[in-house]
Design a protein around this ligand. Structure first.
Ligand SMILES: [Zn+2]
Length: 138
């Protein structure tokens, strides 16, 4: 289960609306207790994908490292990654799966016509062949 506090959730939604019709991406920092995760900070990151960003996002490894460092500096953990799907459902695409890491939660925000529509959180398996839906509370 992943719970996102009001402040980071508002930041994620406004980031996803601001980059529409392109995808946004960012890091989620917080605390974990077994399988329960609490997101306390959303850290917007730049979509580094060189081509059309309406259906793609790419994180720079160094941005991810910085996010991990930022988490540790706040006595938190890097819990996962969020990105948006403009005018698309919050599913986990084959590309998302290929670019995933099994130890993170992946929150996908569906933005339809520029407005937040729905969101899902995904947990990829170690083989990166499939992702299970994780209970998401925001
Ligand atoms: Zn995606």
């Amino acid at each position: 289960m992943i719970r996102i506090e009001a402040e980071p959730w508002a930041a994620m939604v406004s980031h996803a609306r601001a980059t529409y019709p392109n995808e946004c991406c960012g890091a989620m920092l917080g605390a974990t207790d077994g399988e329960n995760k609490l997101v306390k900070v959303a850290l917007p990151l730049e979509n580094a994908f060189a081509g059309a960003q309406a259906k793609h996002y790419e994180l720079r490894p160094e941005d991810l490292r910085d996010a991990d460092k930022a988490a540790r500096e706040r006595q938190m953990e890097l819990i996962g990654i969020y990105h948006s799907h403009p005018d698309c459902d919050a599913y986990f695409s084959p590309t998302d799966l290929r670019n995933s890491c099994p130890w993170y939660s992946f929150v996908v925000l569906s933005i339809q016509n520029g407005e937040f529509h729905h969101a899902n959180s995904w947990l990829p398996n170690f083989e990166q062949t499939e992702a299970a839906k994780e209970e998401l509370i925001y």
